[in-house]
Write a protein that binds this ligand. Sequence first.
Ligand code: ADP
Length: 405
Amino acid sequence: MKILVINCGSSSIKYSLIDIESEETLVQGIVEKIGEEHSIFRQRVLGREVERRVKVRNHKDGLKLILDSLKSPSTGVIRDQSEISAVGHRVVHGGSDFVESTVIDDKVIETIRKYSSLAPLHNPPNLTGITILRELLPGIPHVAVFDTAFHQTMPEVAYLYPIPYEYYEKYGVRRYGFHGVSHRYVSHKAAEILRRDIRELKIITCHLGNGCSITAVDRGRSVDTSMGFTPLEGVPMGTRSGDIDPSIIQFLADVENLTLNEIYEILNKRSGLLGLSGVSNDVREIKKAADSGDHRAEIALEILAYRVKKYIGAYAAVMGGVDAIVFTAGIGENAHYIRSKICEGLEFLGVILDEDRNRNPAEWNGVISAENSRVKVLVVPTREDLIIAKETLEAVTKAEERRKT
Ligand code: ADP
């Protein structure tokens, strides 16, 4: 069974075709710079990458190009589009309405549209992708897989901001959380690796990629997460600040004569690891600079680790303990020195890292804590395309079962 996974952004479309039985990614690709003079179409089929410059006027052209390339006799992997059984659409914001991945109908589309005001950069292009692909691939289920859904189990005490309640009531100003599919997947996978029932575990998942978020998963349910109303809250990220005193916004507006939009641009695109180090948003570059004595680069990495550690402490307190800490995404999976710094000093919680294992997690089935560590520490690679495909299948199966009963 083949599932097409689509992540439709404002000027790009990422896609994968997944064989759900073998869990293999048959094709992965991206159409970038949609609407510009020279768009880029990049596709990897069975490890071979091809890149072309093409003119893609709009998302419809882009999606047609993707479907055609999947069927192309030279680079394609299917003979006919009827081989695609379902489409999984990544949707950033499902607000308070969606607690799980959902088969799309007109009502679902309306609800996603309702939340566009909360995610103005993401939900509208996500919807464009859904609308066009439902036309191009009719008769098969399309499923919305939400970044926010997994966190809908957060209690009020975790999701309400201490600001006038009316803003929550009137506009839905509350904490939503993101990266939900990743936190859900790696927490379940960790329980599986530990051969434990997730319903008896307290897990802290650290998704550290370009965007970073930490989640407290108590017996399989997200009870708190570091990203909030938008992905700007929480730990520092590649270019996002994470938590800061909101008064800084007014102060900078005054002293630098900046508009609110300019400040949000700074907090989203020029802060975090990039802003601190002045080198890059990429941990690999920053590490190189730090190793050659660049203080700002060194302190950027220290601050990332320090703030992640603070969240781990907070979430252990929230859950009344912790059984496992899980690292995932680009930094979490690859940067052993960041994992070391985060776990350093957490012995009081029962965390003891085994440095040899930390450097070769794959050889240890991802478990990098010492034998005598009460808290297990794991590295679990996240594969967003596969997770979305699995969630898609799960939603389709559930919908079919509901229809039968
Ligand atoms: P996204 O959030 O865009 O999916 P990823 O999860 O791929 O991002 O994470 C990208 C980030 O991971 C890079 O910017 C870089 O900081 C970090 N990263 C990737 N590979 C490595 C590596 N080998 N060592 C250290 N950091 C890495």
